[in-house]
Design a protein around this ligand. Sequence first.
Ligand SMILES: Cc1cc2nc3c(=O)[nH]c(=O)nc-3n(C[C@H](O)[C@H](O)[C@H](O)COP(=O)(O)OP(=O)(O)OC[C@H]3O[C@@H](n4cnc5c(N)ncnc54)[C@H](O)[C@@H]3O)c2cc1C
Length: 438
Amino acid sequence: MSTHEFDIIVIGAGVAGGVFAASQPASTRILVVERDLSEQERIIGELMQPGGIQALNELGLSHLLEGIDAQEVNGYNLIKGNERFTINYDEVQKGIKGIGLRNGKFLTNIRKELEQRENITLVQGNVSQILENNNTIIGVSYVQEDGTTISQFSKLTIVCDGPMSVLRDKLSKVNKKVTSYFMGLVLKDLELEFPSYGHMIVTGDFPILVYPIHTNAYRILIDYPGGKAPKMGKESIERLKEDVVKILPEEMIPAFLKAIDEEPIKVMPNHSMKGQAFRMKGAALLGDSLNMRHPLTGGGMTATFSDILCLNGQLAGIDFQNETKLEYAVNEYYTNRGKDVETINILANALYKVFTNDELKEACFEYLQKGGEQATGPLSILSGINKNKKFLLKHFFKVAMQHPIHFITKPAKQIRLYKNATRILRPILKDEEVSAMI
Ligand SMILES: Cc1cc2nc3c(=O)[nH]c(=O)nc-3n(C[C@H](O)[C@H](O)[C@H](O)COP(=O)(O)OP(=O)(O)OC[C@H]3O[C@@H](n4cnc5c(N)ncnc54)[C@H](O)[C@@H]3O)c2cc1C
């Protein structure tokens, strides 16, 4: 019988792999292999919803958000032309807020934590291969900085190589779609009426997000719809400047113009990908390598932490030498994870489509603007705290049906609204395997 030096090998010390490894008990021997341990400036994973904070608390890791000048986020400020209103997260009264942060700083905190743990070995290396024997994953090969290749073995390999994963192919049916791209810049010296809020600007044909990431700095993410990456030549940037200035609130324009003239624009594809893992003994996928949704609602980290809680629940107290029990635990993780992340996925993918359809966008804005339950209800879903799918669907259809009288006074428009709402929702629910709900 071969002796495995590690119980678990984790590929990727990003949000998923890093937090998963840090949340394992001290008795579990773990190797974490990360391609690049340097601190990066990334435009992904910078707004953590209250549900993500709550999950991080449950994992005993909320201290990872400390010392990085992260900023409180109390809710959203919705802006359409001259109309604007704020919605607070319900959870703020209970002391749970959202947080805006720099992803690179958060990852540095996570990696420092891994380095301090005696049971964890963190190495820099590019995993080139997942090793297999008799239909079982038994470890990985990785290439070190000096070009040498090392193989390591474990009873369980957790693949967390992120949105651009190349290792997921062996472990899942990949049906990745690029819905749009986000172009990101940092806005400085902004004087906002609601500084501690996420701003969702839906004035134009493409949504724009603005939220605080550290003192005196806001991330702006500009959506570029479609599956083709935006061109970043001089002329294209000039056109982008003009288009964005037309729809950006006045108080944000000087900071935007300064940023676009001084910084390179960072571009990332926005994927949606159903979680469709194959069962392969000895391995599991976690994070964006398994499942992705549009990042408009900032739900990715919350979904990932929810998956970690589910997987940890299955691995609790497990004997890593007992392959049957280990296999059962991973199976249960794949079977049970869905119910906690489906609501996040449905909302993210549906809301993005709503905001790119003029009539539905109008209806959604009007509905949320009414305040009360119409505003805090949907936001409780977006926050990742409320995972009730029926509640989400109720609000979704109430948006389309908020004026039943329009079936008589404006029948064509009302029928179109209803049909478009159903057309948006049906394939998304099918992807999440809950289509029986409509
Ligand atoms: C534009 C954009 C904005 C987003 N904004 C938000 C947001 O505001 N809030 C939110 O909650 N979610 C957001 N998300 C989603 C969120 O970023 C992801 O859900 C989350 O980062 C997933 O974590 P991960 O660990 O799977 O991937 P990552 O955090 O990307 O980590 C993957 C890690 O694997 C490493 N790696 C890759 N290949 C290898 C290899 N072969 N060998 C070794 N290491 C490897 C990488 O270097 C990286 O460190 C956003 C996504 C996008 C695209």
